[in-house]
Write a protein of this length. Structure first.
Length: 259
């Protein structure tokens, strides 16, 4: 499970590091700190005072120059992104939403809530999704906190009022976690699920990269069409539909294709 920090994480880390350096050298100034972090003094000062936020690029630069661990670098960047995009009084909701996005089984639990015969107990959820009861409990807790579901008479009831996609500025680290979790599930399905229950195909093609945007639109239309075909079902077996289009090698998109 991803550990989420509020916007104070990045600021606290910077203040703590500045104080450590000033203890070692009483003449160490904010300007010197900014120099070592490779950002402008005004940028640093205004961030620490809450008057401005770091860009994605500066967040990564500062975290690296602080010598943060890999985990702290990620949390530092997420913290800065929450700062930049959302108000302080909405941070808990945002953190829950980001955590929701990072775990595939949260979506699965939410979809099971559509079933008339659904149960809100963790044992039923863990058996249906092949997850642990602890994971089922965690998912239920987050979904309830987000207002996506309520519990009544031992059943999950989906909320029709909550806008799942109201947060449009999502840190790329969270999206990467989400897609990584989906790919992991695909790998497991390839090994454990019989062919008649799954469909996995791939093809390597030579493409014109200027058509990528149009291809994305076509894939989106395909997703919506197949979802409409499959989803109205009383059986209610959770499935993942995913597709991938990516380059086999790094290439300048403006490089002419020859041969």
């Amino acid at each position: 499970m991803i550990k989420m920090h509020t916007s104070d994480f990045a600021r606290s880390l910077l203040v703590e590091e500045l104080e450590k350096r000033q203890i070692k050298n009483s003449r160490y100034s904010m300007r010197a700190f900014a120099r070592d972090l490779k950002i402008s003094p005004s940028n640093l000062s205004e961030f620490l005072s809450g008057k401005r936020f770091f860009s994605q690029k500066n967040s990564e630069k500062v975290a690296l120059n602080l010598g943060c661990s890999k985990e702290d670098i990620e949390q530092f960047i997420l913290s800065s992104q929450i700062n930049q995009n959302y108000k302080r009084d909405d941070e808990k909701s945002v953190s829950s939403f980001f955590q929701f996005l990072s775990c595939w089984y949260y979506f699965a639990v939410l979809n099971l809530a559509k079933l008339e015969e659904n149960q809100s107990n963790t044992r039923w959820l863990s058996k249906r999704l092949a997850i642990t009861e602890a994971q089922a409990k965690e998912a239920l807790s987050i979904l309830i906190k987000m207002g996506l579901i309520t519990i009544a008479d031992g059943k999950m009831i989906r909320s029709s009022q909550y806008n799942l996609y109201k947060y449009t500025k999502i840190p790329k680290q969270i999206l990467k976690r989400h897609h990584s979790s989906i790919l992991s599930q695909a790998g497991l399905s390839l090994v454990k699920d019989p062919l008649q229950l799954r469909e996995m195909r791939s093809i390597i093609i030579k493409i014109n990269p200027t058509k990528i945007s149009q291809a994305k639109d076509i894939l989106l239309t395909y997703r919506e069409k197949i979802t409409s075909f499959l989803e109205p079902s009383e059986i209610g077996i959770p499935y993942i539909l995913s597709y991938h289009l990516y380059p086999m090698k790094k290439q300048n998109v403006f490089e002419p294709i020859t041969g």
